[in-house]
Design a protein around this ligand. Structure first.
Ligand code: NAI
Length: 253
């Protein structure tokens, strides 16, 4: 039985309609949190809501686009009005974009990946920080990637966005450390979610090749990444600030 260390705390999870976000939403709920599950994908959100309801957890769903400042502002205002507090924000929604060499990368696609993966984290934190601080501190966890440390060919927008998430996280941690608000990033390696399944479907054999090169010889379960996010959001990591926790089965050793 999971400890109820998030009892009555409010945890916002973006990208909660799939993969890592869904597992994190489930984990926060199982530890007593009231989860606000945000995602573009309404069908995915409904499935997450049902999973949490099955375990007797509490969840509100919020269909929204994390790259829209108006929608981010509205979401935080709704959380304030309906729940009156925010204890955890897991800024996790993201996309990979298609792979292209830089000289072939369509500029509008580059902008879209930066907007969904990086600008969203800026917008999220900009509007979350005042409510988190008013609540008394808490924690923000931003999903980066091993691509925040490496330069995967074809993935310029994705790698740039995730390097950016790392940098933004460090600045935000510096600005908020004295206010009891801890901000860290999480860098998953290869994780078995619809995101990588989609990429593998476009490129047969790629998944086998990629996972055979990982020292652990397998990809992560989404729950293994979610567990690290929950740890970074919990009191167990109370002195960890501005760090990027790499959870990658040894991929970047
Ligand atoms: P996923 O594709 O299963 O889930 C991502 C969710 O984000 C989807 O439900 C999608 O609808 C949502 N989303 C996308 N754009 C959005 C927007 N503009 N507004 C609101 N929601 C939006 O992917 P996964 O694997 O769970 O990815 C979660 C995070 O983990 C992403 O930031 C990704 O870059 C990162 N990551 C994933 C890795 C992997 O191997 N799966 C490895 C490293 C990082």
């Amino acid at each position: 039985m999971a400890p109820k260390d998030f009892e009555n705390k409010v945890a916002l999870v973006t990208g909660a309609g799939s993969g890592i976000g869904r597992e994190a939403a489930r984990a926060f709920a199982s530890r007593g949190a009231i989860v606000v599950a945000a995602d573009l994908n309404e069908g995915g959100l409904a499935a997450t809501r049902d999973l949490i309801a099955e375990l007797g957890g509490r969840v509100l769903t919020a269909p929204m686009d994390v790259s829209s400042e108006a929608q981010v502002r509205e979401l935080i205002a709704r959380i304030d009005k309906d729940l009156g507090r925010l204890d955890v924000a897991f800024n996790n929604a993201g996309i990979t974009g298609q792979a292209h060499r830089i000289e072939d990368y369509p500029t509008e696609d580059f902008d879209r990946v930066i907007s969904v993966n990086l600008k969203s984290v800026f917008l999220g934190m900009k509007h979350q920080i005042p409510l988190l601080r008013r609540t008394g501190g808490g924690a923000i966890v931003n999903t980066a990637s091993v691509a925040a440390l490496t330069g995967p060919g074809g993935m310029s927008a994705y790698a740039a966005s995730k390097h950016g998430v790392h940098g933004l996280t460090r600045v935000a941690a510096m600005e908020n450390a004295a206010h009891g608000l801890r901000i860290n990033a999480l860098a998953p390696g290869w994780t078995e979610t619809p995101m990588v399944k989609e990429a593998s479907a476009q490129n047969p054999g790629f998944a086998e090749l990629a996972t055979s090169a990982i020292p652990a010889k397998r990809g992560a379960l989404p729950s293994e990444i979610a567990a690290a996010a929950v740890w970074l959001a919990s009191e167990a990591s109370s002195y960890v600030m501005g760090q990027m926790l790499v959870v990658d089965g040894g991929m970047t050793i």
